[in-house]
Design a protein around this ligand. Structure first.
Ligand SMILES: [Zn+2]
Ligand SMILES: [Zn+2]
Ligand SMILES: [Zn+2]
Length: 138
């Protein structure tokens, strides 16, 4: 998986570098403005197409928090399994890991299999709330 048969052009590399060098979850527009500030000329349509290509090749993840905008993150093979916390006040998307999650989800999957005959293969979790900074600002 990852990058098989996809040609990494200079523009594609520039887009990939933006995602590799951040902990944030960026939209296509975010990437467009970051590249623009670095004087790298890549059109928004190219960025959309490239991100889609990256996604299909397992190079990036799509983060969909339901606000109508897709955010992207680089798939780091070394990074730990994580999910996302979404602040409904400032729109920040943070990552979290929880050591008890695997056991919890195994139990949940077993119950779902039993009650619905459905085999869970993967999952995505988004928790919505108020971040620390926004909480402190009150
Ligand atoms: Zn998980
Ligand atoms: Zn916040
Ligand atoms: Zn993430």
């Amino acid at each position: 998986m990852g990058g098989k048969g996809i040609r990494i052009t200079r523009k594609r590399q520039a887009i990939l570098d933006v995602l590799k060098n951040t902990d944030e979850h960026l939209t296509a527009e975010n990437i467009y403005f970051i590249l623009k500030r670095k004087n790298v000329k890549v059109g928004l349509a190219t960025i959309y197409r490239t991100l889609d290509l990256f996604y299909q090749n397992g190079i990036v993840n799509k983060i969909n928090i339901g606000d109508g905008t897709i955010r992207y993150e680089y798939v780091d093979k070394k990074s730990v399994h994580h999910h996302h916390l979404v602040c409904i006040k400032c729109g920040k998307v943070m990552e979290y890991t929880d050591e008890k999650e695997p056991a919890f989800l195994e139990e949940l999957a077993a119950r779902i299999k039993k009650n619905y005959g459905f085999s869970v293969l993967s999952h995505e979790i988004y928790l919505y709330g108020i971040c620390k900074e926004c909480n402190e600002g009150e």
